[in-house]
Design a protein around this ligand. Structure first.
Ligand code: PCP
Length: 386
């Protein structure tokens, strides 16, 4: 399969060739300059106000063994445009051919984690599953699902992804099961008879007829054992989806099926979730998360031999990002900032977001588990707007 191995990536083979040529020239000239390069995004997709950084662990492992020092945001940190998320100091030749891979690790995963976090914020405490692996190359499924989970998804649909995350895979039933068995009542009856009792009984109720009718039929087929229904209504029938959900809720409750949860999938994003929250109990989001717009980070030299220098459009000099523990506002300051800036205008203390992560090529960052990173994201989401 045409995927690069970790060794090929770490050796710089997945570099854009112009970095290889740059290294060739500097090596031939014997030019060794200690630089500081910063990684940041000057803007975010759709001008969203914040993003979640994901891929830091991969980036740090990539730099392991190179004679560099790195400050970085901890995985899962919420950041804003124009805030450095990583700074690398060392001989430029130590990491020149790693820029492409480093940015690749960060751009895609941060995009997925950010979109998942926005859907998480929109869905509140409702169940949120990522199930868009089918849109991307299968070799990437566990990477994309980890980013979706870290961003705040409660579940992922891919078996291997869930195994690597140490959680149970999330899923209901495809239209194929309903079609092959003939109708939703038979499908949920056989699902209940055959599938592990620990798996929630959720019937897909939009295959052949109106969602109301199929929801009632599924409930009548297995009664109290039905834990939910999923509406995946095709675009040609959607109309006012909130209205459809309202009707389904009414019909189920009228017949004593108040316990049956309503799941929704198909074409969802954070904006559609906000529109459906009144009647939906959970969501399956596919394409919007798995194919999320990348966060377009760039790596730029901002110091050479300790002297500030940068290309046009970039502020020179090594930096720090301070965030208030109280009001959560953040500010970019010079690395050796005046110490009184550690106090926010609101009077509370600020904390330094960029932490020492690699020292002389050794990773010193405390690489949290996926569950711990996800909780860190959730804790921060309570402090930001959607
Ligand atoms: C799939 C799934 C969601 C779609 C694709 C993925 O639908 O049920 O509706 O969600 P997205 O639009 O957010 O990417 P189908 O393939 O029509 O149905 P099935 O569930 O049978 O796979």
């Amino acid at each position: 399969m045409r995927t690069a191995t970790e060794q090929e990536i770490a050796s710089g083979k997945t570099t854009d060739v112009y970095f290889q040529r740059t290294a060739e020239i500097l090596t031939a000239l014997g030019i060794h300059r200690v630089v500081t390069a910063e990684v940041k995004a000057t803007s975010l997709p759709e001008s969203i106000p914040w993003a979640v950084v994901c891929g830091i662990h991969d980036a740090l492992r990539l730099l392991e063994g190179r004679k560099v020092n790195v400050e970085a945001l901890p995985e899962g940190t919420v950041f804003r445009p124009d805030q450095p998320i990583m700074q690398i100091t060392g001989d430029y030749l130590e990491f020149c051919t790693l820029e492409t891979a480093l940015l690749g690790y960060l751009c895609q995963q941060s995009g997925v984690a950010t979109k998942a976090a926005r859907c998480r914020k929109a869905a509140g405490s409702r169940f949120l599953a990522s199930f868009g692996a089918r849109r991307m190359h299968p070799a990437l499924a566990p990477i994309i699902d980890r980013a979706a989970y870290i961003g705040g998804c409660d579940g992922v649909s891919v078996v291997l992804s869930a195994e690597l995350l140490g959680i149970r895979p999330s899923g209901t039933m495809p239209h194929a099961l309903v079609i092959v068995l003939g109708d939703v009542a038979e499908a949920i009856k056989q699902f209940d008879a055959i599938i592990d009792p620990g798996v929630p009984r959720i019937a897909l109720v939009d295959t052949f007829s109106d969602e109301k009718a199929e929801a009632v039929r599924a409930a009548e087929a297995v009664g109290k054992k039905l834990s939910g229904i999923r509406l995946d209504t095709p675009g040609s029938r959607r109309g006012d989806m909130a209205k459809i959900l309202e009707e389904v809720r009414w019909e189920l409750n009228l017949r004593g099926y108040d316990h049956v949860k309503i799941m929704v999938s198909g074409g969802l994003d954070e904006y559609e979730i906000l529109r459906l929250n009144e009647f939906a109990d959970g969501y399956g989001v596919g394409t919007a998360i798995s194919s999320a717009r990348t966060i377009d980070f760039a790596l730029d030299i901002v110091e050479v031999e300790g002297k500030p220098i940068a290309k046009r459009g970039k502020k020179s000099g090594r930096k720090q990002v301070l965030r208030c523990n109280q009001c959560f506002r953040s500010v970019v300051v010079p690395f050796n900032y005046p110490r009184d800036l550690i106090r926010c205008e609101c009077g509370a203390d600020r904390c330094e977001l960029l932490k020492p992560a690699v020292q002389d090529g050794t990773v010193i960052a405390d690489l949290k588990t996926d569950k711990e990173v996800r909780q860190f994201v959730l804790d921060q989401l309570s402090r930001v707007e959607i």
